[in-house]
Design a protein around this ligand. Structure first.
Ligand SMILES: CC(C)(COP(=O)(O)OP(=O)(O)OC[C@H]1O[C@@H](n2cnc3c(N)ncnc32)[C@H](O)[C@@H]1OP(=O)(O)O)[C@@H](O)C(=O)NCCC(=O)NCCS
Ligand SMILES: [Zn+2]
Length: 229
């Protein structure tokens, strides 16, 4: 059994003091966000990563060394990495989540369920034919939710491998939204993926993937107290 910790913060947890622990690169990224919501989500994500690892490594959050370099261009917008731990950050709407595991690569994705989402347009670039057909069984808000479930499951998988949206999401085929989350097939990928949906309320959908054969247990932890002082 493999235990993944997922720490959840909220946009409302953002406060200026949290930025004191950020390094120069993170401060630059924080300053570059135009919208307050994006700033808050990024800040809370950085703070969860630094504070959780600070406790684990017995060091101040500001001293935790993180590598955010993108394997394609070298700029600091890649999957965040730290020695001795695997992690994955995701933010959307009210929620910011960070998944941690000591040795297995993880991918977390949380998405707001937007009732006005254009599921036809987005589905044409992200869903396999069998998934488009399945989505056709849903209407209205149910369809938005079903699509977002598909999307979060697929993104969790491609975030675990580090491919991100460079991967063709139409080839990352996952189980139907009303069934337990599972990677059905991904042509060209021959590794093992464990996938689970996470319960995050009706306004968001979230999924976690881990590159392991072992069954996953997820501990969801409220990051509020960690961020409050
Ligand atoms: C990663 C990605 C899937 C994020 O999707 P999203 O739903 O918009 O955003 P999320 O909030 O869920 O995830 C953002 C986090 O993903 C992480 N991330 C970035 N690239 C990643 C990758 N290739 N794999 C896994 N995680 C990645 C970062 O830690 C980021 O958190 P940060 O804001 O603290 O930096 C998407 O932005 C992506 O694929 N980006 C890379 C695309 C690419 O290859 N770009 C090349 C640029 S040169
Ligand atoms: Zn890049």
């Amino acid at each position: 059994m493999s235990v993944v910790e997922v720490w959840w913060g909220r946009v409302g947890d953002a406060r200026p003091e949290l930025a004191e622990d950020l390094n120069a690169v993170e401060r630059g990224r924080l300053a570059a966000y135009a919208r307050d919501g994006d700033k808050a989500r990024f800040l809370v994500g950085c703070a969860i990563v630094r504070r959780v690892l600070g406790v684990q490594l017995l060091m101040p959050p500001a001293s935790v060394r993180l590598d955010r370099s993108c394997p394609d261009c070298g700029r600091p917008h890649g999957k965040v990495r730290a020695p001795g731990v695997e992690l994955s950050v995701s933010h959307s709407g009210e929620l910011v989540g960070v998944a941690f595991h000591p040795g297995v690569a993880v991918g977390l994705d949380v998405e707001v369920v937007d009732p006005g989402i254009d599921t036809d347009a987005l589905g044409s670039v992200s869903l396999a034919d069998v998934e488009v057909e399945e989505l056709g069984r849903y209407d209205g808000t149910g369809r938005a939710r079903a699509f977002t479930t598909y999307w979060a499951r697929k993104e969790a998988v491609v975030k675990a491998t580090g491919d991100g949206i460079r991967a063709d999401l139409r080839k990352v085929v996952v189980s139907p939204p009303d069934q337990d989350a599972r990677l059905v097939e991904w042509a060209g990928y021959d590794g093992t993926v464990r996938l689970v949906d996470l319960e995050v309320g009706s306004r968001h959908a979230a999924a976690l993937a881990a590159l392991t054969e072992t069954e996953l247990t997820v501990h969801s932890i409220d990051a509020g107290p960690l961020l409050a002082h």
